[in-house]
Design a protein around this ligand. Structure first.
Ligand SMILES: [Zn+2]
Length: 262
């Protein structure tokens, strides 16, 4: 009976994750452009064809329409389907990894994954992280303290303060020395909110995971004359590192400590 209940929970997490993923596309497209999330209903940006319900089924419609608008045959970006699949997989992972430990914690982490997906694509395209995401992450971070058996409240509070302060100092120092903005204010607030959510141990791990690929890619992209003055979003790297740390951090940290014989 227990296993039966668990399987139902996993399947539901995947299905709800898929539907939420479809909504995230609306958020990613409309929020940075200052558009309403509820109106008008979804339409083709080129020919204004209003999507019917059968054009709007996650993943399936994209496959059936061959990635083209039903009316004008304009190519539809694969990003929409990628967002839906990513959110489904992440919600399923949250359920598999945390449902047995704490159902509220699994649900909090699901919402966090969805926020991370929004930040990833919005920062990548617009180089901004809207404040409402950090506010939501902070609220979820405070709520998670009550359900997180692995990391106590002290770890969460230190994580929040340290994340904000360290990023603030790096951002301030970088600007003083180079005269250009390295880390945006959005990144500073993000590190603080995520520190509160994950605790300082997993914050540190997430930073380590995200800075190595970020440094490599940035040094290539910003090299030479072409790269001068080019803005580079750090947010997408951060949320990938933080996401991995949130889902697998406890295992990675205890594996690393066992290597050291601790
Ligand atoms: Zn169209």
């Amino acid at each position: 009976m227990d296993n039966f209940y668990l399987i139902i929970a996993y399947v539901l997490s995947g299905v709800v994750g898929l539907c939420v993923g479809s909504f995230l596309n609306v958020v990613i497209y409309r929020l940075p452009n200052g558009m309403s999330l509820s109106r008008p209903s979804s339409h083709c940006p080129k020919c204004k064809y209003q999507l019917r319900w059968y054009d709007n089924i996650p993943v399936l419609s994209y496959i059936m329409l061959g990635g083209k608008c039903r009316s004008c045959k304009t190519h539809i970006s694969f990003r929409y389907t990628a967002v839906e699949i990513a959110n489904t997989v992440l919600w399923l992972l949250c359920a598999l990894l945390f449902w047995k430990e704490s159902i509220p914690l699994a649900c909090i982490y699901m919402i966090v994954c969805s926020i991370f997906i929004c930040i990833f694509f919005i920062d990548l395209e617009h180089q901004i992280i809207p404040d409402r995401f950090q506010i939501m992450l902070s609220v979820l971070g405070i709520a998670s303290i009550f359900f997180d058996a692995d990391y106590g409240w002290v770890s969460h509070v230190i994580g929040g303060v340290a994340g904000f302060l360290v990023f603030f100092l790096i951002s301030w120092g970088f600007e003083k020395i180079t005269g250009r903005e390295g880390l945006g204010g959005g990144d500073v607030k993000l590190a603080g909110a995520v520190g509160l959510l994950l605790g300082w141990e997993r914050l540190l791990l997430g930073l380590l995971i995200s800075t190595v690929p970020a440094a490599v890619i940035m040094s290539v992209a910003l090299r030479g004359k072409e790269g001068e003055g080019r803005q580079f979003p750090f947010g997408p790297f951060l949320v990938v590192g933080f996401g991995i740390s949130m889902l697998f951090g406890a295992q990675i940290i205890s594996w690393y400590l066992s290597l050291l014989g601790l």
